[in-house]
Design a binder for this molecule. Structure first.
Ligand SMILES: CC(C)(COP(=O)(O)OP(=O)(O)OC[C@H]1O[C@@H](n2cnc3c(N)ncnc32)[C@H](O)[C@@H]1OP(=O)(O)O)[C@@H](O)C(=O)NCCC(=O)NCCS
Length: 213
């Protein structure tokens, strides 16, 4: 059985779990608790490798559900592994942050922050790939991941967060509720797994400003 199928079963059985990671970045703890029911952890390359089947399942779940996340239908295990290995490499290089949400010991969501490495771009970072497993959506996990990522961004001194998301999607609604400002739309930006081209909406949020007024 493919890793991702085993992970899907684990989601349903409530047995999957994210390996613990108590690393600190700039003195910032890697674990954030949301009440008694959820923990959000920062993953490092080792814990990403351990969590690969569950992360793969999260991505597969979203693409199978019709969401455009840089992939088209027919995503296979090699593509999933290559994608998460690439993420792990960038995390290892300090160019990316990956947070995982764990509820009742089960990995149920993730979010990434791509840090600009341009010499003049150290104030900005892009929010990417917010994923919540379809079995646990609309219970506040996506919003909690967005909040946790802001804490990471502040700790890493990134004052400008930006993202793009499919026009009219549930994710766009969530982004608006998270306090992001809409810049505009790019038409027919990406192809959804069903073959339809859709626009993307660009958003930003200022966490703090650099210039003195
Ligand atoms: C988008 C996604 C991450 C939302 O995760 P979630 O845990 O269900 O979100 P939350 O429960 O925190 O939702 C917070 C608010 O966002 C809005 N929202 C979230 N999903 C929505 C949907 N499908 N339709 C309309 N509004 C939605 C609602 O206002 C919601 O508050 P409410 O439930 O009290 O009405 C999840 O649906 C997902 O993984 N989708 C597939 C991947 C994807 O599109 N990711 C975005 C890439 S930019």
């Amino acid at each position: 059985m493919a890793h991702s199928q085993q992970a899907t079963r684990a989601f349903r059985n409530g047995k999957a779990s994210v390996a613990h990671n108590m690393l600190e970045i700039n003195g910032h703890p890697s674990t954030i608790r949301f009440g008694n029911f959820m923990i959000i952890r920062r993953l490092d390359p080792r814990t990403i490798a351990q969590s690969m089947p569950y992360l793969g399942t999260l991505l597969l779940d979203a693409v199978a559900d019709g969401h455009s996340l840089g992939f088209v239908n027919g995503l296979d295990q090699d593509q999933l592994d290559a994608y998460w290995q690439g993420v792990a490499e960038e995390v290892g290089l300090g160019q990316r942050v990956l947070l995982a949400a764990e509820r009742d010991g089960v990995l149920v969501g993730s979010i990434q922050l791509a840090l600009s490495t341009k010499p003049n771009g150290h104030n900005r970072a892009e929010v990417q790939q917010l994923l919540v497993h379809c079995t646990v959506r609309r219970s506040g996990i996506g919003m909690a991941l967005m909040q946790a990522l802001e804490i990471e961004a502040l700790a890493l001194r990134r004052g400008l967060l930006f993202l793009d998301t499919a026009v009219g999607s549930g994710a766009e609604r969530l982004v608006q509720q998270s306090g992001y400002e809409r810049v505009g739309e790019l038409p027919e930006y990406a192809c959804a797994p069903n073959g339809r081209w859709h626009g993307t909406a660009i958003y930003y949020k200022t966490l703090f400003t650099r210039n003195r007024r």
